[in-house]
Design a protein around this ligand. Structure first.
Ligand code: BTN
Length: 270
């Protein structure tokens, strides 16, 4: 069964992130609503949740598909006290909080992060994706919207084939349906803690490295029209993906990992 949902009970005045939770049965994109709300009193930290998005966005112009009432689609609008040079760490911190929340509700299931911010199973199937949109004015980071989509109770056998080919859901990996409000509560607690640490000058990179799904793997990264191939060699202090290519080591701050496989075995001579 799908658990009954009372989203307002997830709000917590002790948190900045998710002090208030706004729920919509249907909306265009929760990211757009969270951005608009930043112009209203109480907009900083507001969590906008929707059962259905009619114009859900993914990274790089993709759409984000999610059937009504099964998954978690949430955005948080923020006016972060961060140097623009550290803005990239917001996505890293949010990915860590999202992965940890998913892991907390699925004990015993191996979940990692595929740079920059997909939460994936040990087999590389995606269970969550993040879209972080920031605005810089006069050299200041004036706003950030962190949008998170988690496949919670959307069974893989109900997904369109092209999505099921590379994604799964938390219900599928743990074999039972999950309470979406319990997941949101853990997620907002984690996001709140990550944001506070970031604003204090801390870094989420060590926590990201501990669950990075790519280290030592051969990957292909799409960067605009270019396809870069190499071995993932870790995550830099600013959150960039280190990629060892034939032309040397690159540090990528943008891009999308489109293929992952084990590195070629080292040839052993008799
Ligand atoms: C991706 O993996 O490409 C990012 C997906 C982000 C989807 C979430 S769902 C909530 C928020 N609202 C949107 O329109 N997109 C994000």
């Amino acid at each position: 069964m799908v658990h009954p949902t009372d989203w307002s009970r997830v709000a917590d005045p002790a948190r900045r992130v998710g002090r208030t939770v706004e729920f919509h049965d249907e909306i265009g994109s929760t990211n757009d609503r969270a951005r608009l709300a930043l112009r209203e009193p109480g907009g900083d930290g507001l969590a906008v949740v929707a059962d259905l998005q009619t114009a859900g966005r993914g990274r790089r112009g993709r759409t984000w598909e999610s059937p009504s009432g099964l998954n978690l689609t949430v955005s948080v609008g923020l006016r972060p006290l961060l140097q623009p040079s550290r803005a990239g760490l917001l996505g890293i911190a949010a990915a860590v909080a999202t992965r940890d929340a998913c892991a907390a509700l699925t004990p015993g299931v191996a979940l990692g992060i595929r740079w920059p911010n997909d939460v994936v199973t040990g087999g590389g199937e995606k269970v969550a994706g993040l879209l972080v949109e920031t605005a810089v004015e006069d050299g200041r980071l004036v706003e950030a919207v962190i949008g998170i989509g988690i496949n919670v109770n959307w069974r893989r056998d109900q997904m369109p084939a092209e999505i099921a080919a590379r994604a799964t859901s938390l219900a599928d990996v743990c074999g039972r349906e999950l309470d979406r409000t319990a997941l949101l509560r853990v997620l907002l607690d984690g996001l709140d803690a990550e944001l506070a640490a970031l604003e204090r000058g801390g870094s989420p990179v060590e926590r990201f490295r501990a669950v990075s799904a790519l280290d030592g793997r051969r990957v292909a990264v799409e960067l605009g029209d270019e396809l870069l191939e190499g071995i993932a060699a870790g995550i830099a202090e600013d959150g960039a993906l280190l990629l060892d290519t034939a032309a040397g080591r690159l540090a990528l701050t943008i891009g999308e990992v489109v293929a992952v496989r084990d590195a070629d075995p080292v040839e052993v001579r008799a």
